[in-house]
Design a protein around this ligand. Structure first.
Ligand SMILES: O=C([C@H](O)CO)[C@H](O)[C@H](O)COP(=O)(O)O
Length: 210
């Protein structure tokens, strides 16, 4: 099991400070969609250059032109790029094909997918690397989480790794770990903690023990 730090509501300089604080406790650093909107793919490049030993995920939430957008994120230094599960199969196929050429990985974000079990099985067969269940900010505001969705995708996914994101905090992490995802994604649960490095360290310890 691995730990990914999601950075969303910060600029590049603030992102560097945050990563420095917790870099030894995380496996992947995510440049979140709001950062890409604010700063562009320069943010991915800046973080990859500053932390070459960390895997960098570009949370582009690609919906169309999968091959082209994966190529651009790869040029910026991304190791993993996200595509939406609600996209057409041709978009996901294009993304996977380009990622293979570049030696990168594709994560499919299942946010807003309605028939999650059926779609997860279809997406798994397209050869993606990760399938991630995700309660986005708007769902979190309605009190939703993704525990049931994780169980649902775990029933059908055969080759991809499974991931979970959305509102995970130190006090909900044990429940997440017991559902056995391959990757746990935490944003505000670390960036909003009073002691970020102690929180990330505790999270890493529990995740590595699992
Ligand atoms: O993907 C995300 C969200 O859609 C905003 O871009 C977040 O990175 C993801 O939800 C993880 O962040 P937290 O919910 O703060 O843990």
């Amino acid at each position: 099991m691995e730990l990914q730090l999601a950075l969303d509501l910060v600029n590049i300089e603030e992102a560097k400070v945050l990563v420095k604080e917790v870099e030894s406790f995380i496996d992947i650093v995510e440049i979140g969609t709001p950062i890409v909107i604010n700063e562009g793919l320069h943010a991915v490049k800046a973080i990859k250059e500053a932390f070459p030993n960390l895997k960098v995920l570009a949370d582009l939430k690609i919906m169309d032109a999968g091959g082209y957008e994966v190529m651009k994120a790869s040029e910026a230094g991304a190791d993993i790029i996200t595509v939406l599960g609600v996209s057409d199969d041709s978009t996901i196929r294009g993304a996977v094909e380009e990622a293979r050429k570049q030696g990168n990985k594709i994560m499919v974000d299942m946010i807003n997918v309605k028939n999650i079990e059926t779609r997860a099985a279809e997406i798994d067969a397209l050869g993606v690397d990760y399938i991630c269940v995700h309660s986005g900010y708007d769902h979190q505001a309605e009190g939703k989480n993704s525990f049931e969705e994780l169980a649902a995708i775990k029933r059908v996914v055969k080759q991809a790794k499974t991931a979970i994101a959305g509102g995970i905090k130190i006090d909900t992490l044990q429940e997440v770990i017991s559902a056995k995802p391959d990757l746990v994604i935490v944003g505000g649960g670390i960036t909003g903690a009073e002691n970020k490095s102690a929180t990330a360290s505790q999270m890493q310890q529990w995740i590595k023990q699992a």
